[in-house]
Ligand binder design. Structure first.
Ligand code: PMP
Length: 398
């Protein structure tokens, strides 16, 4: 007898059981509502600067419509190498220590696929960006959560790190400046965890996609420390820094033995990153500093406004020093993060993301992106204030 066809019989249990990202849900709901304000998605509201777009257009005019080298255009890798020297003082050989990828996202996936075998434990400080855990799980690895705390400004402390290491620990993922908390790790903070990383012979993935968006001094990269350059896979990209999310371009820098294996996977899965985007990225790195400074100034202005306004309406807000998110506590409302976000969307038509979308320890928080215009932020804040005041009036609030 023929068996009934069910596509689910063919999907792997691991892939089927991975929960979808909790970020999109609220954004999609808001998109269907008239007059809703969404502060949900983590992408710059700025359009890519014109000269960067123009470089892409020029490349098309010249007929650059072919695959590039698997590694990415050599000229782009040279620019990335110069950028790393100029900004961080760390040298990566453009010939074989830099790979151009489809966003930082692909670089993260490649790094995890290159390193993780079934059973390997990967330390992931939370709250954090949503892709690390599923990527580890898909490789058969074991994601091990480290819960960072608001009292520690959501930094990874030596105590928390030490407690989570077992003989199976292979890799630590660091994301500073952090999405969703906006936390940064200073030179001193990194100095305190590095001896533990070395003692236990761990590898590090350092996702520094928000490295240019810091509001209290220059970003320190873990690659800048002696002995850490070769132990670290640096992830970066153009999405956040240059407002280029749709161009899908990122890069990774690491020891040549690691980059060559990542390139092999990239070669079979992707072939080469988008050609037009690569030409634009060359222009971004060569001539984009002023644009970045301008956008950063705007973000900083909005950041200060939001932190202030949220604290005034009674949502305790830790001051974020990087990225473009604030992560206020909503504990004073006694609501869960998901309830808060659902009610806020239904009653006042403002979409923000529940902290739990970034890990269980995000409970009691919401993520608000300030990659939106000041007018939108002000309008949203008025609605949030009304929502909070109504909670108090109705006695919903503890
Ligand atoms: N890392 C972090 C921390 C992020 O927030 C994001 C995007 N939200 C990415 C990586 C991926 O960005 P992209 O693929 O656009 O470079």
């Amino acid at each position: 007898m023929k068996r009934q066809f069910d596509p689910n019989d063919f999907l792997t249990k691991t892939a089927r059981e991975i929960p979808p990202s909790g970020i999109r849900k609220f954004f999609d709901l808001a998109a269907e509502m008239e007059d809703a304000i969404s502060l949900g998605v983590g992408e710059p509201d700025f359009v890519t600067p014109w000269h960067i777009r123009q470089a892409g257009i020029e490349s098309l005019k010249k007929g650059h419509t072919y695959y590039t080298s698997n590694w990415g255009l050599f000229e782009l890798r040279q620019e990335i190498s110069r950028y790393m020297e100029r900004k961080r003082g760390v040298h990566y050989d453009p010939a074989d220590e830099i790979l151009v990828t489809v966003g930082g996202s692909e670089a993260l996936d490649l790094a995890i696929r290159a390193l993780i075998s079934p059973g390997d434990e990967v330390l992931i400080p939370e709250p954090c960006f949503v892709c690390y855990k599923p990527c580890v799980t898909l490789c058969g690895g074991v994601p091990v959560t480290i819960e960072t705390k608001m009292e520690d400004q959501f930094k990874l402390t030596p105590e928390l790190l030490r407690k989570s290491i077992t003989p199976k620990t292979k890799l630590l993922v660091l994301t500073y400046p952090n999405n969703p908390t906006g936390a940064v790790m200073t030179k001193g903070d990194l100095e305190r965890i590095i001896p533990i990383i070395e003692e236990h012979n761990l590898m590090v993935i350092s996702d520094e996609i928000y490295g240019e968006l810091t509001y209290s001094g220059e970003h320190t990269s873990i690659t800048q420390f002696e002995n850490m350059r070769d132990r670290t896979i640096l992830i970066n990209g153009f999405s956040k820094t240059y407002a280029m999310t749709g161009w899908r371009l990122g890069f990774t820098c690491a020891h040549r033995d690691i980059v060559s294996v990542m390139t092999k996977i990239h070669q079979f899965a992707i072939m080469s990153s988008p050609t037009t985007s690569q030409y634009s990225a060359i222009e971004a790195l060569k001539n984009g500093d002023e644009d970045v400074a301008y956008m950063k100034k705007e973000y900083n202005y909005r950041r200060r406004y939001l932190v202030d306004a949220l604290n005034k309406i009674g949502l305790d807000c830790f001051e974020p020093f990087g990225a473009f998110y604030v992560f206020p506590s909503i504990r004073s409302t006694k609501m869960t993060s998901v309830d808060f976000c659902e009610q806020l969307l239904m009653r006042e038509k403002v979409a923000v993301i529940p902290g739990t979308a970034f890990g269980e320890c995000g409970e009691g928080h919401i993520r608000i992106s300030y990659a939106y215009s000041l007018d939108q932020l002000k309008a949203a804040l008025e609605r949030i204030e009304k929502f909070i005041n109504n909670l108090s009036k109705n006695g919903d609030r503890g």
